[in-house]
Design a protein around this ligand. Structure first.
Ligand code: CTP
Length: 153
């Protein structure tokens, strides 16, 4: 009988940790469903994504380990999803360890180790550092402007 696996996540700024997770999830069954969180759900959680839902969903859908993408629009849809899609295994990274044990009467619940050293939060931080202009550069720009003002006065 075919085994269905389901997972949930935002998958913003898709990175190698996401890919590794999806590869491992595919190996747990025959059919992998990924519930990608909507922008509205993220907003309700106080989370803002860099990439809008439609694009995050399309990227995840195009990964060869993934069979189907559904929207994750609320915290409480999991039990319904498990029943509706006849899910055998609910699996997610171990940053969520213990949080979804309530599904255990309905399916297997698995927490997989995260890939070290990469996360969307870290990528956003790097981007911020990369984009932020140093104080020295701002002061230098003021000096240049002041010089130009004098030259053209
Ligand atoms: N994940 C993982 N390894 C990572 C990062 C994420 O296995 N290095 C897993 C998470 O445990 C989750 C799924 O990927 O099961 C989607 O996680 P998501 O929250 O979208 O990614 P993060 O990089 O953890 O994002 P954030 O930093 O915003 O929490």
């Amino acid at each position: 009988m075919s085994e269905t696996v389901i997972t949930y996540g935002t998958f913003d700024m898709f990175h190698i940790g996401h890919l590794n997770l999806l590869r491992r999830l595919e190996a747990l069954g025959d059919r992998l469903i990924v519930a990608v969180s909507t922008d509205e759900f993220n907003a309700a959680k106080g989370k803002r994504t860099m990439i809008p839902f439609e694009q995050r969903a399309e990227i995840v859908r195009s990964i060869r380990f993934v069979d189907e993408v559904i929207p994750e629009a609320s915290w409480d849809q999991k039990l319904d999803d498990v029943k509706r899609h006849s899910v055998n295994t609910f699996a997610i990274g171990d940053d969520w360890k213990g949080r979804f044990d309530f599904l255990a009467p309905h399916c297997k619940v698995v927490y997989l180790p995260r890939t070290d050293g990469v996360s969307t939060t870290e990528l956003k931080r790097s981007l911020n550092r990369f984009c932020s202009v140093s104080r020295e550069d701002v002061l230098r720009a003021f000096d240049v402007l002041e010089q130009l003002r004098r030259d053209f006065a």
